[in-house]
Design a protein around this ligand. Structure first.
Ligand SMILES: Nc1ncnc2c1ncn2[C@@H]1O[C@H](COP(=O)(O)OP(=O)(O)OP(=O)(O)O)[C@@H](O)[C@H]1O
Ligand SMILES: [Mg+2]
Length: 404
């Protein structure tokens, strides 16, 4: 389950860092309940992933109003809205049926259908003018909405979240999911998200999927691209509905071709069920690889496009119909590199501590003592002594225990 959904606020009070917005929304609801709406409509505006859609859902949840979500860019939306509003205005006044109200939410109001000839906004203006149901417009950019419409709305500004607010929320999720994670790792994720809570949560879940114990280093190692990440790439190619889609997914991800290739090669067998299809996919990938070598060896870089098409569109075409959702993993060479890097680091730090205590060189320790450690530490008492006297960290103790 996606954590963005699992941890979406159920009530307005659970919304992080949008106090002013929440206050305005609450007041507006009260005014509707009294039958005297301050304005018929709210305009929620602000950057992506800051809680606009989530807030409207929480509000519907709290009030019991029936939520009707529509996208303004859809050409059917305006006529659907008119119909709802027409019917409602026939049946009652503003106050009547406060409980049974419909909350009409119009997302992407800055991208309304019929924008070019202003027909869309003309219709919207009339709708807000006549509605007996509460209406919420959502947009990223307030100024792309005509001033006349803005004047009909109570303006509600959603702000980018501060890194510390994001970290706190991620910590809450980590606790709930029983995930061990360094605060540093969360701080890096928060900083990268640029105030976008959605991308921070997605980023965190992606990392946690790969590393059950998340450290800052791992987060740094797998830096996420702002636009799309490598998991989107894999999902995009493996579940692509057409060759074109797969191709465009690859282009939208900022990743080196050989790296993308490694991720794809690693993960196709996890998702593709039909062995024949899998064989065909590997065949395609091997051809992609040939083009890649040729491109580099002979410096004919237009061959890269063949490679790209083969590993995206080519895979999408050959994958067959039995593709299952899989837990994607980084290429094993990357994991091996990381694991050995960590072993080396641990080895060095333990050896240094022993060397200090024994007044000898780390080189000697590694050569003469470390090989004996797995045997020695089977003695519990000795392991305890070692831990205490050398002031070993938890990580170092774990490392020693793993030597068993
Ligand atoms: N302020 C917040 N507090 C708690 N969770 C949040 C907040 N903002 C976003 N989220 C999380 O991110 C998810 C996506 O947020 P939401 O859909 O509300 O963003 P949005 O502002 O509507 O973005 P967009 O402009 O892209 O539509 C939510 O389901 C929730 O899990
Ligand atoms: Mg939204």
């Amino acid at each position: 389950m996606l954590w963005t959904e699992k941890y979406a606020p159920k009530r307005l009070s659970e919304l992080v860092g949008q106090d002013a917005a929440v206050q305005t929304m609450r007041k507006w609801v009260e005014s509707w309940k009294k039958g005297k709406p301050s304005k018929k409509s709210l305009l929620l505006y602000g950057p992506p992933g800051t809680g606009k859609t989530a807030a409207t859902r929480a509000l519907a949840n709290e009030t019991g109003w029936q939520l009707i979500e529509m996208n303004a860019s859809d050409k059917r939306t305006m006529s659907a809205l008119r119909k709802i509003i027409g019917e409602a205005s026939k049946t009652g006044t503003l106050l009547e049926g406060v409980q049974g109200k419909k909350l009409l939410v119009l997302d992407e109001a800055d991208n309304i259908h019929g924008r070019a000839d202003h027909g869309g906004y003309q219709a919207l203006k009339e709708i807000i003018g006549t509605t007996t149901n509460p209406v919420i417009l959502i947009a990223n950019d307030r100024y792309s909405i005509p001033a006349e419409i803005q004047a009909q709305c109570e303006l509600v500004n959603f702000r980018r979240l501060r890194p510390d607010q994001i970290v706190k929320h991620l910590e809450h999720i980590a606790k709930n999911e029983k995930i061990k994670v360094d605060r540093k790792a969360l701080e890096i994720i928060a900083r990268r998200s640029d105030g976008d809570m959605r991308s921070a949560i997605e980023d965190f879940q992606t990392h946690a999927l790969v590393f059950p114990r998340l450290t800052a280093e791992q987060v740094l190692l797998f830096k996420r691209e702002r636009e799309k990440n490598v998991f989107d790439l894999l999902r995009g190619i493996l579940f692509a509905s057409s060759a074109d889609v797969a191709r465009s997914v690859l282009w939208s991800v900022d990743i080196a071709p050989d790296e993308a290739m490694a991720w794809i090669v690693e993960n196709v067998p996890k998702a593709i069920r039909d062995p024949k299809a899998l064989a065909a996919v590997y065949n395609t990938l091997s051809r992609a690889d040939i083009f890649y070598r040729r491109a580099n060896e002979r410096q004919i870089y237009r061959l890269w496009s063949y490679m790209s098409d083969l590993m995206s569109a080519g895979v999408a075409v050959k994958k067959g119909s039995e593709v299952k959702a899989a837990k994607f993993e980084p290429p094993s060479y990357l994991k091996r590199y990381y694991q050995t890097a960590k072993t080396r680091r641990m080895l060095n730090s333990v050896a240094r501590k022993i060397a200090m205590a024994c007044h000898t060189s780390t080189h000697r320790v590694k050569q003469d003592m470390i090989p004996l450690l797995p045997i020695l530490i089977q003695n519990k008492k000795l392991l305890e002594n070692l831990t205490a006297n050398l002031e070993l960290s938890e990580e170092e103790i774990n490392f020693l225990s793993s030597l068993r």
